[in-house]
Design a protein around this ligand. Structure first.
Ligand code: 13P
Ligand code: SF4
Length: 315
């Protein structure tokens, strides 16, 4: 089937089945264009919690679809490719985290949303890159904290808040592999460009950045800034939305320098238009979780949403 035919069939199925499509900024352009709502992890979690449609098709990675199911368990939650994992989620095993917790009984656990439901169930509060700093800063200064699983985001937050959180040793393979030397080369080619980076990047790269923030925060920064060129240190999918919102600005990626697909997340890109169509038609693959797991993973996510509302990060 051609892309146009697939897109119109997806729209038709969506209507017939009272389904909505939630899409992350790292999804393929054609999927973003079909999504009812595009956002970062925080906004998508909030959208999922409020959704009234019978079916939520989550075009993102598995932990995101799982979060949608946890927050809205009476809906059918589907993901186009069940294999769409995340290297951060894979880096943190729930049993190992439980062992680490028992070695630090006076610490609470804040986990980045990029983790499994079993890890969420072991956590006191969940955070995203859009609210991590404010959530950590809202806790009493003497509160001891274990931060899992992203050590790069954790050290950004330690620096910003002056804390000394214990960091789990996990990374996102896409962002951690982006090298500061590549930014330096791009800066020589585009000396006027601003460097914007996701906090999952390694500390050396982040030292080169003019702005560090979540996907949504990067989009906001570009919209509000008058500069006409940006070196973008994050997954390639975001360029689609950036370019749409800022047609007269230029976005430079690592892939441009190397002529490669090094800034594609192999997990995010598993979702294709064809799989999205099949997923809606056959109503699979469905996220299935035990009520006990839903219950224990929901508490720390709800805590995050509650703090985020109180701090005015979301409404
Ligand atoms: P955001 O919450 O900033 O969209 O990030 C999600 C993600 O997976 C980053 O790699
Ligand atoms: Fe996970 Fe990295 Fe892919 Fe985001 S970009 S989903 S953190 S592997």
């Amino acid at each position: 089937m051609q892309q146009q035919e697939l897109s119109s069939k997806i729209k038709q199925l969506k209507k017939e089945k009272n389904a909505i499509i939630l899409g992350h900024y790292y999804q393929r352009a054609e999927i973003q264009d079909l999504s009812d709502y595009i956002g970062d992890s925080l906004a998508l979690a909030q959208q999922a919690a409020q959704a009234t449609a019978d079916i939520i098709v989550f075009c993102g990675v598995h932990f995101m679809a799982e979060t949608a199911k946890i927050l809205n368990p009476s809906r059918k939650v589907l993901i186009p490719d069940m294999q769409a994992s995340c290297s951060l989620a894979e880096s943190c095993d729930a049993e190992e985290l439980a062992k680490f917790k028992s070695q630090h009984p006076d610490h609470i656990v804040i986990s980045y949303i990029n983790c499994s439901a079993a890890v969420k169930a072991q956590s006191d509060i969940i955070c995203t890159s859009g609210n991590a700093e404010k959530i950590v800063a809202s806790l009493p200064a003497e509160q001891k904290i274990i931060f899992a699983p992203d050590r790069n985001l954790g050290s950004v937050i330690n620096k910003l808040t002056g804390r000394n959180m214990l960091l789990w040793d996990g990374t996102c393979y896409v962002h951690n592999d982006m090298q500061a030397s590549m930014v330096q080369q791009l800066k020589q080619l585009y000396p006027e460009a601003k460097v914007i980076a996701h906090p999952e990047c390694n500390p050396e790269l982040l030292n080169e950045a003019d702005f560090i923030g979540s996907t949504k925060a990067m989009l906001n920064y570009v919209k509000q800034n008058t500069c006409s060129q940006y070196i973008v240190a994050t997954e390639s999918g975001i360029i689609h939305q950036m370019q749409k919102e800022n047609p007269n600005k230029q976005f430079i990626t690592f892939a441009d320098l190397r002529n490669c697909a090094c800034d594609d997340c192999k997990y995010m890109k598993l979702n294709t238009l064809e799989k999205l169509y099949n997923c809606l038609e056959t109503e699979s693959s469905e996220i299935i979780m035990s009520p006990q797991m839903i219950e224990s993973a929901r508490k720390p996510i709800e805590k995050m949403l509650e703090i985020s509302k109180k701090l005015g990060i979301i409404r």
